[in-house]
Design a protein around this ligand. Structure first.
Ligand code: NAD
Length: 330
């Protein structure tokens, strides 16, 4: 039975991944600082489902608090895998509070890597990156082989830094590490600062939806169950150190996306259909830091991981809306 450390365990993806690990018989140590970037009661509600399982332990910790993070090595020396998902997320917020991105995402990544190198039985360090590292790239779909030197936001820059740090630790200490570039994840227990959540709330409240870039926006929306499946597949497939045969250190990057770039207005139409209500929209200019289009090339993820996302928005959105109505009693 494996013992897996999951950071960001009270978050959207972290709580969903923890649930999947527990369901297959792994033990999970969840870490999260339960910060107030969005509704803390939603984070607590996600955690409540996890703490009901005896194989789940929780530690309320800030990942940037390196001394207390390192104590986890003594407390849980048998950790065999790390899934590091805690981060300050959100592109727009990084324009108002840049420092928290450096603390949580850059110092946090360093603290996790330092922890990883002290764990004797660690087989894999898996960490979250983001599609936002592709920044101003215009070649579509975005491939992990493309250059990523044009981050449009500080959030994207901290995520790119995390990838470089991951490579460095794989090179220096031989830690098998994999970075995952997630593409706009949505679904039940989702994040209140993201499109599916915001649009659903606004349509129900009769408030207008702001369509940035006057609606000329496309996103590769990826359903949470497909992401969870991808993360678990990655965890079980640590990269091999190929340096002895003239290859690379044990570090890989993968896109986890749906490989469908959907126009935002089509995404809204699915929510309208699920709610049986019409949205009011206002057309707004492009927001600083944002990108007009994301689209994942998932060839490498298919080839190496057997990753096959299977949920189109016509299936995923009704599931999200059902969860939303149930959770908020609307
Ligand atoms: N959801 C997406 O569409 C998406 C897309 C690209 C990348 N990502 C990345 O995936 C990861 C998970 O994202 P999510 O959507 O679940 O976000 P989330 O905000 O729901 O989850 C992150 C969790 O980390 C915790 N956290 C933040 N800073 C912390 C700190 N300093 N110490 C301890 N805990 C801290 C938060 O309290 C939160 O519960 C993040 O690294 C994010 O950058 C997400």
């Amino acid at each position: 039975m494996a013992l897996i450390l999951v950071t960001g365990a009270a978050g959207f993806i972290g709580s969903s991944v923890s649930r999947a690990l527990l369901a297959r018989g792994d033990s999970v140590i969840g870490v999260d600082n339960l910060n107030a970037y969005y509704d803390v009661t939603l984070k607590e509600a996600r955690l409540k489902h996890l703490t009901a399982d005896k194989a789940f332990s929780f530690r309320k910790l800030d990942i940037a608090d390196r001394d207390n993070m390192l104590k986890l090595v003594e407390e849980f020396p048998a950790i065999s895998g790390i899934i590091h998902l805690a981060a300050q997320a959100g592109v727009r917020h990084s324009l108002t509070d840049p420092y928290i991105y450096v603390t949580s995402n850059v110092m946090g990544q360093t603290a996790l890597l330092e922890l990883a190198r002290r764990l004797k039985g660690l087989t894999h360090f898996v960490y979250a990156s983001s599609s936002s590292v592709y920044g101003g790239n215009t070649k579509l779909p975005f491939s992990v082989d493309d250059p990523v030197e044009q981050p449009n936001s500080l959030y994207a820059a901290t995520k790119r830094a995390g990838e470089l740090f991951g490579f460095t630790y794989a090179h220096l200490y031989g830690i098998p590490a994999t970075g995952l570039r997630f593409f706009t994840v949505y679904g039940p227990w989702g994040r209140p600062d993201m499109a599916a959540f915001i649009f659903t709330r606004q349509i129900i409240a009769g408030e207008p939806i702001k369509l940035f870039n006057r609606g000329e926006m496309w996103r590769d929306f990826t359903y949470i169950d497909d992401i969870v499946e991808g993360v678990v597949r990655v965890l079980d497939r640590p990269p091999v150190d190929e340096r002895k045969i003239g290859g690379a250190p044990p570090h890989r990057l993968y896109n986890l996306g749906n490989h469908r770039s959907e126009k935002l207005t089509d995404f809204i139409a699915e929510i309208e259909q699920a709610l049986q209500r019409k949205a009011k929209v206002t057309l707004e200019p492009m927001q600083p830091g944002d990108v007009a289009r994301t689209y994942a090339d998932i060839e490498a993820s298919r080839r190496d991981l057997g990753f096959e996302p299977s949920t189109p928005i016509s299936i995923g959105i009704p599931k999200f809306v059902d969860w939303y109505k149930d959770y908020y009693g609307v």
